[in-house]
Design a protein around this ligand. Structure first.
Ligand SMILES: *Cc1c(COP(=O)(O)O)cnc(C)c1O
Length: 334
């Protein structure tokens, strides 16, 4: 199957599986799994932060980070379309007693500075305590402009807020902007990074930040059920991805651009945006379900009903993209 539903569908290859089965393991709840410790240290070093912490999912890594920054009755400022706000079951409010203060994202994914400034509450018993600004990079595949990130995080710091980056795909952002990932992480106190997306590991995210905050997040990870035992098996896959899969993200980005160009030639389709490994298309509602079914019969998985988002990744080749473009053209030519 050619699966364009998400970059989460990547499967571990033979070499990654070999690295996993060769991993030295311990018990990470006791803090003595050497492979987990190595991954955490490598990520901290690579992102220029003091410490790292391995999580089973990005959702849990983000939540533990929010809970480390914010106490009960604090609030975090976040985008309406941010993953932590919209796609994580409301965890900050449900489990963290943290009030989200959502702001409409601008089309480029940023949160307008004047709206951030206006959302920060004075210290007053009427208000939740504004504590944290959370951004996302990439967001909807788009790389946040570096000058914007510098200004937004400076504004947060000037007003006494800390900063978190949902950097699930921050390696895509780094490769697309040809900057070291360390530079993209530098403006933030904490960053959560997914290995189970385009980097191709089966499971795993790492939270990086100052040691004191990571220690608090580690306690919340245990409370949230994310303390794992011989998790070096999983960390080995992430280390393998870090060593072998980062540069390949550029190919995914080229494939997404190629897909966008191919689909744009079809009269009934409008490309809303394409950036890094994602293409968002507008396909008239009436075509979505039948086109999705037509493609599925031909071994192509998409999820058009939900967002008409096509995601490229390391298990989709240039030839696969050509196959997809041809199949969509055939559908509309019938
Ligand atoms: C995937 C993703 C996450 C975390 O998702 P999990 O499936 O829980 O690992 C967080 N933020 C963004 C932007 C994501 O794309």
């Amino acid at each position: 199957m050619i699966d364009l539903r998400s970059d989460t569908v990547t499967r571990p290859g033979q070499s990654m599986l070999a690295a996993m089965s060769a991993a030295q393991v311990g018990d990470d709840v006791w803090g003595d799994d050497p492979t987990v410790l190595e991954l955490q240290a490598r990520l901290a070093e690579r992102t220029g932060k003091e410490a790292g912490l391995f999580f089973p999912s990005g959702t849990q890594s983000n939540l533990a980070a929010l809970m480390a920054h914010c106490a009960r009755g604090d609030e975090y400022i976040v985008g309406q379309s941010a993953h932590t706000y919209k796609y994580e079951g409301g965890g900050a409010a449900v489990l963290g007693s943290i009030q989200p203060q959502p702001i409409e994202n601008a089309p480029d994914g940023s949160l307008p500075l004047d709206k951030i400034a206006a959302a920060i509450k004075p210290i007053d018993n009427h208000f939740a305590r504004s504590k944290l600004l959370a951004l996302e990079n990439t967001i909807g595949g788009k790389v946040l402009p570096a000058e914007y990130v510098a200004k937004a995080t400076q504004l947060a710091r000037d007003r006494g807020l800390s900063t978190h980056l949902d950097g699930a795909r921050v390696f895509n952002a780094a490769v697309a902007s040809d900057k070291p990932v360390r530079e993209l992480c530098a403006p933030f106190d904490t960053v959560s990074i997914c290995f189970s997306k385009g980097l191709g590991a089966p499971v795993g995210s790492v939270l990086v930040g100052p040691k004191a905050l990571i220690d608090v997040a580690s306690r919340w990870r245990k409370v949230l059920g994310g303390g794992m035992r011989q998790s070096g098996l999983l960390a080995a896959a992430c280390l393998y991805a870090l060593d072998h899969h980062v540069d390949g993200l550029a190919q995914d980005h080229a494939n997404a651009a190629h897909l966008a160009a191919g689909l744009a030639q079809i009269e009934q389709i409008r490309i809303d945006s394409h950036a890094t490994n994602m293409v968002f298309a507008h396909i008239p509602d009436a075509y979505c379900a039948p086109l999705e079914a037509y493609l599925k019969e031909r071994g192509i998985l998409t999820q058009m009903l939900y967002a008409s988002r096509f995601v490229t990744h390391r298990d989709v080749s240039r030839e696969d993209i050509d196959t997809v473009i041809r199949a969509v053209k055939d559908y509309f030519a019938r």
